[in-house]
Design a binder for this molecule. Sequence first.
Ligand code: ADP
Ligand code: ASP
Ligand code: MG
Length: 408
Amino acid sequence: MALVVQKYGGTSVGSIDRIRNVARRCLESQRKGNDVVVIVSAMSGETNRLLGLAHQVTALPDAREMDAIAATGEQVSAALTALAIQELGGKARSLLGHQVKILTDGAFTKARIKTIEGSRIFSTLKDGEIAVVAGFQGANERGDITTLGRGGSDTSAVAVAAAIGADACEIYTDVDGVYTTDPNICPSAKKIARISFEEMLELASLGAKVLQIRSVEIAMKYNVPIHVRSSFSEIEGTWVTGEDKALEQVVVAGVAYDKNEARVSIIGMSDKPTAVADLFGSIAEKNISVDMIIQNVSRGAEDRTDITFTVPKTDLAHAKPEIEAIAKGNLGAKEVRYDDDVVKVSIVGLGMRSHAGIAAKMFRLLASEGIAIQAISTSEIKVSCLVPAKYTELAVRALHDGFGLGDK
Ligand code: ADP
Ligand code: ASP
Ligand code: MG
């Protein structure tokens, strides 16, 4: 007998029929003798609809209220799933984040889990019931509802699996595994049988939304193997696990893209030693993370510098007043420019550590499609380029096929 956590994403619970399908799968697993904990997302499109309602009321909604609204999506699908299991003759109970005692910090809309108290899940299982936990949500120390960021139900699932010591964590989604790139935009994408936590972490942080980045961080920290697979078939998916020798051979394992980037360029700001620290310090205070950064000497003025960086598109509206204030105030900048019509395309692979020329090949492949690069960032196992958004598919396909991922 095993303790299994199964997470079903938005598409998998996207209609009443699909919720019935989920209920059948949970019961099947229970009949095999397993204790089953299910984590569900909101029905597909529901979170966007809810956030859209808030934006109809105000352009810059208060984050605490956003979470109170967004969390309802998962409340509905958890209760519907519990009902569907009961309707098939099974026993099930829905549990909300605060009932499971998923305690988070207070960063509304992007909260991080601090602790999970498993006792309510265990008592539910002890009664022979399937525990259906609402994904994406938790509560802070004051009891206010928080959410874990878009795609956060993956993180709920892995964190619950780690907290209760589950034997398996299965992530059921609308594709049958992790692919060499998004199969929905690149027809030659191939399913990967096994991928390391480290590579998956990079792919997720670079936009491969099949797993939320925090879920992979937690899986890596607590060594929870994840099985990503389809809720519409029985076929084996992708195992995300610790590194092994065979995995090390791959130079480029995957290509990712992220449209949630916005470029900010500050022109002609002061180059005093504290300038950069002041600028990024004030952005960090707003809990906004900066990604790619380029700095160069401003044309025609020796004591002036230009700096370009990217922030998440979804944070740009919040960051703008801060950036304007410091750039034009303290730093005496001439101008601040914004462009949110950009995409970051990235290649990821453990083998890059020991192979030279990978970045150069990436730039050549983009150049041969006539795609101009606006910013670059690298780490040991990835290279990212910022390019105009209209080239998303072209760039992804050129890199994917250029690095031989399509013809394995
Ligand atoms: P869910 O609602 O089940 O959480 P998501 O939409 O969040 O599903 O994630 C699944 C989607 O991730 C796929 O439909 C696919 O378009 C996208 N995706 C991006 N990169 C990859 C990749 N490398 N492998 C598989 N899917 C990917
Ligand atoms: N419903 C949330 C979202 O759309 C969480 C999730 O699906 O994982 O982001
Ligand atoms: Mg998701």
